[in-house]
Design a protein around this ligand. Structure first.
Ligand SMILES: C[S@@+](CC[C@H](N)C(=O)[O-])C[C@H]1O[C@@H](n2cnc3c(N)ncnc32)[C@H](O)[C@@H]1O
Ligand SMILES: [Zn+2]
Length: 285
């Protein structure tokens, strides 16, 4: 007697041939009709990044950057941003039956965890996350079993067309064509970009001339902006968290050992956190 339950269809498509991926629950594998097969890792994520799509052996953020990001974020320095994102999601989240929400370039999963903690109706959310870094996805999946994480590039995402009600991205790269394909008609895109004075005082220590970021978020073709909010406040991280903040940003590459040492020795440093949160709706090309 065959006791295997039939495979169930998923939101995923095969990264090799684009056919739908079915979940075989007994072996916990994801397979397409062309017999391409992907295992679910013990942490619960799926690696859907084919080797030939990788530009390096370990693409994306490395382990040191992720450890630094988790230490800094878990200390709550960017919680006001997480609250602003959650509030905006609350205003547009459809209730029936479950909103499919994607955290694009989710890193180690801080915002994915916060959305479920802070949104008013988490029982109506199915959260997904992707990142090109295997370290990031392993860390995210370990901490949040109810979300579905995959290793995949945001330039070619293995999700079916029109899967998501909401896609949000926090300081992560995206591809305009993929965003348009994946977001349902009249679905939403929420983008967080650095505000004009983001990390100003940290940058003053590193660069001879510091310039302000523009306040305009890039709206991809086919989307219409609805609202934009600037979230700015001061943080005062201690030496260990200042070091972590530096490690998780691209400035780490520009900072000499002498600068890093000076930053470590400061008794205190107030730093401006400045974010632009932009919500747009898919209105059609
Ligand atoms: C600045 S971090 C932001 C991570 C997370 N959103 C956060 O705010 O904590 C950028 C992330 O984008 C990921 N990344 C870079 N290129 C990518 C790509 N092509 N596809 C998916 N993720 C990518 C990196 O691995 C990294 O985790
Ligand atoms: Zn296939």
């Amino acid at each position: 007697m065959n006791t295997e339950s039939p495979p169930s269809q998923t939101v995923y498509i095969c990264p090799l041939c684009n056919s739908p991926l079915n979940h075989q629950t007994t072996q916990n594998t994801y397979t397409c009709s062309n017999r391409h097969s992907f295992d679910c890792a013990k942490e619960g994520y799926i690696n859907l990044l084919p080797v030939h799509h990788k530009h390096s052996k370990e693409p994306g953020d490395n382990k040191a950057m992720l450890t630094a990001r988790r230490l800094f974020l878990e200390a709550g320095f960017y919680e006001p941003l997480a609250r602003a994102i959650a509030l905006m999601i609350d205003t547009v989240q459809p209730l029936t039956p479950k909103a499919h929400i994607l955290d694009l370039g989710c890193g180690e999963g801080y915002y994915a965890r916060k959305i479920i903690e802070l949104c008013k109706r988490p029982e109506h959310i199915q959260l997904y996350g992707n990142d090109i870094s295997k370290f990031a996805i392993t860390a995210a999946a370990k901490k949040q079993k109810t979300a579905q994480f995959i290793v995949a590039s945001s330039n070619k995402l293995p999700y079916a067309t029109d899967t998501f009600d909401i896609v949000y991205r926090v300081f992560a790269p995206s591809d305009a064509t993929e965003l348009f394909r994946l977001i349902k008609p009249a679905g939403y895109l929420l983008t967080v970009t650095p505000g004009p004075r983001h990390l100003w005082q940290l940058k003053e220590h590193i660069y001879t001339a510091v310039t302000e970021h523009t306040e305009d978020a890039e709206i991809p073709p086919g989307f219409t902006p609805i609202t934009s909010q600037r979230v700015s406040y001061k943080i005062s991280p201690d030496a260990a968290h200042r070091e972590a903040l530096l490690e998780m940003t691209p400035f780490a590459w520009s900072a000499s050992e002498a600068i890093k040492d000076t930053l470590k020795r400061l008794t205190e440093l107030d730093i401006e956190a400045d974010f632009i949160v932009t919500l747009s709706v898919k209105s059609g090309l």
